[in-house]
Design a protein around this ligand. Structure first.
Ligand code: MF3
Ligand code: CO
Ligand code: CO
Length: 258
């Protein structure tokens, strides 16, 4: 992490462009998330779209040694799943696709859950409640809101459904730097932590588990994070600018009202 940076209106303009591109990658890839596709193929399609169509850079590729252009986290994988030609999506799987692009020096970072074909009711509920956690947090983003208020509302909503909040990974400031201060925790107490100011750009990206909150980092690749109990996990992410009035969701997709 680095320092908290306040973006000028000109910088927010660039963040808006990067954010829209990241959102458009998620919109593009949706129809390809079907039973039988490999996560390696999804990675190639996103990579080619980002590089050749958007003329942008896939930020994960070679980031701290990450080997692919997107993250694909299937079922009990919490985050940072590495796409692979041998990982075939099956009917009933749930998968998070996390896209970060760099355009004109600025980052846009967003992820969503996809059901593969038709998905069991409990998995649908986990995906829905996790998206609601993100939306309830976004509704609080305005100058003066404490970071703890954001964590609190996410934790409340997840735990009300008997789900748990992953604590080892968090949202972050974002701009010219992929991960900068502040850390945006997805749990916490009201009226604690830093207060948001106009011009901050942050991500909120709750990871919610069906079982216990505990995670395990793969010793094989040092990236893949799974739930310790091997039960399902879901995540949704947006990049958000704090405005004088409230906020602007820079990675909003056209399917979203917000
Ligand atoms: N996109 C992730 C985030 O939301 C970070 C992925 S880092 C990578 O912060 F190296 F795994 F790609
Ligand atoms: Co992020
Ligand atoms: Co992300």
């Amino acid at each position: 992490m680095t320092a908290v940076t306040i973006k000028t209106p000109q910088e927010i303009d660039k963040m808006r462009v990067a954010g829209r591109l990241a959102a458009e990658v998620l919109e593009m890839i949706g129809p390809f998330v079907v039973p039988g596709v490999s996560t390696g193929e999804l990675d190639r399609r996103c990579h080619d779209y980002i590089v050749n169509v958007q003329k942008a850079i896939p930020a994960p590729l070679n980031y701290k040694g990450f080997p692919k252009s997107i993250c694909t986290s299937v079922n009990h994988v919490v985050c940072h799943g590495i796409p692979s030609d041998s990982k075939i999506l099956l009917e009933g799987d749930i998968v998070n696709i996390d896209i970060t692009v760099i355009k004109d020096g600025y980052h846009g970072d967003t992820s969503k859950m996809f059901g593969v074909g038709s998905v069991p009711t409990h998995a649908e509920k986990l995906m829905r409640v996790t998206q609601e956690c993100l939306y309830k947090a976004i509704a609080l983003v305005r100058p003066g809101t404490h970071l703890g208020d954001i964590g609190f509302v996410i934790q409340q909503h997840a735990e009300a459904s008997n789900f748990s909040v992953v604590r080892e990974y968090c949202g972050h400031g974002i701009g010219k730097v992929f991960h900068e201060d502040p850390q945006v925790l997805h749990f916490g107490a009201r009226n604690t932590g830093m207060q948001l100011c106009e011009g901050m750009t942050i991500t909120i990206e709750p990871m919610i588990n069906a079982g216990t909150r505990f995670t395990k980092l793969s010793t094989a690749d040092n990236w893949t994070v799974t739930t310790k109990d091997r039960r399902l996990s879901a995540q949704w992410e947006h990049t958000i600018a704090v405005t004088a009035e409230g906020c602007e969701v820079l990675t909003r997709r056209s399917e979203e009202r917000l």
